[in-house]
Design a protein around this ligand. Structure first.
Ligand SMILES: [Zn+2]
Length: 256
């Protein structure tokens, strides 16, 4: 009886050891290929992340929008839970001590905005309080504090199109059941389907070189941003573009 028990415990230990070595091996393969440098991208959200993400919100300065804070918290939690790359973005902003105040007020043509001073993420009315707008503005927030030329507010067109493409990638991959209007190309545009195919190629890691990526990015960006009436957006800025934000958040060294 005792030997059987020992034998069973032995089996169990063997299985546990075998499983844990598989996990280690997988980690090693990733390290060797240099695919992963930051941990929050691969590890699932840790216990307690629901509270952690709230550190981004400046509650003292969000009193005017109190009734919307629950929704903003929910968005932050879903973004953190389902978009691995955004976990890095959120962790980085929190670790550097940044916060934003939430503003919900009507603001003409803009659906949503990020203002660095005072640090504010705003939505033009409840109708624009949407998860894709939250992702988009969090990326502006991160870009401002991470990419030098974006902090200096040079190249608004590059920054804007990078953020549109990133938001589209995340929405297509992680929230594919949500009704969603793509930001990187209009549905009526003749390039629309080709743009969606390009997103799928990016999602499948089929784009092998930065040159190839950049030329598509510039072409789609010119098509999309051409008609935008915003004095900051100069489409010619896209010429000669090398990805900054996409390099950090999406490619992180995967392609040259
Ligand atoms: Zn924007």
């Amino acid at each position: 009886m005792k030997t059987k028990l020992f034998r069973n415990i032995g089996y169990l230990l063997f299985i546990l050891l075998a499983l844990s070595s598989c996990v280690n091996e997988m980690d090693m393969v990733e390290d060797e290929q240099g695919l992963e440098t930051l941990s929050s991208r691969t590890s699932p959200p840790f216990a307690g992340y629901e509270e952690w993400v709230k550190k981004l919100i400046d509650y003292d300065k969000s009193a005017d929008s109190k009734s919307y804070l629950g929704k903003v918290e929910n968005f932050l939690q879903s973004i953190y839970r389902f978009i691995p790359e955004m976990r890095d973005v959120v962790d980085d902003l929190i670790n550097r001590g940044f916060k934003f105040r939430v503003a919900v007020r009507y603001n003409g043509a803009k659906e949503s905005w990020f203002n660095p001073n005072p640090s504010e993420i705003g939505f033009s009315g409840e109708i624009n309080l949407k998860i894709e707008n939250m992702i988009h503005e969090l990326l502006h927030f991160f870009a401002f504090y991470t990419v030098d030329e974006y902090r200096k507010q040079l190249y608004a067109a590059r920054e804007e199109y990078e953020i549109r493409v990133l938001t589209d990638l995340f929405m297509r991959r992680d929230f594919s059941t949500f009704p969603y209007k793509y930001q990187g190309m209009e549905k009526e545009h003749k390039e629309y389907l080709r743009y969606l195919e390009w997103l799928d190629k990016l999602l499948k890691n089929e784009i092998q070189s930065m040159d190839q990526f950049s030329s598509d990015f510039i072409q789609f960006g010119l098509s999309r941003l051409w008609g935008i009436k915003d004095k900051e957006i100069q489409v010619t800025d896209l010429i000669g573009y090398r990805p900054r934000l996409l390099g950090i958040i999406w490619f992180y060294g995967k392609i040259e």
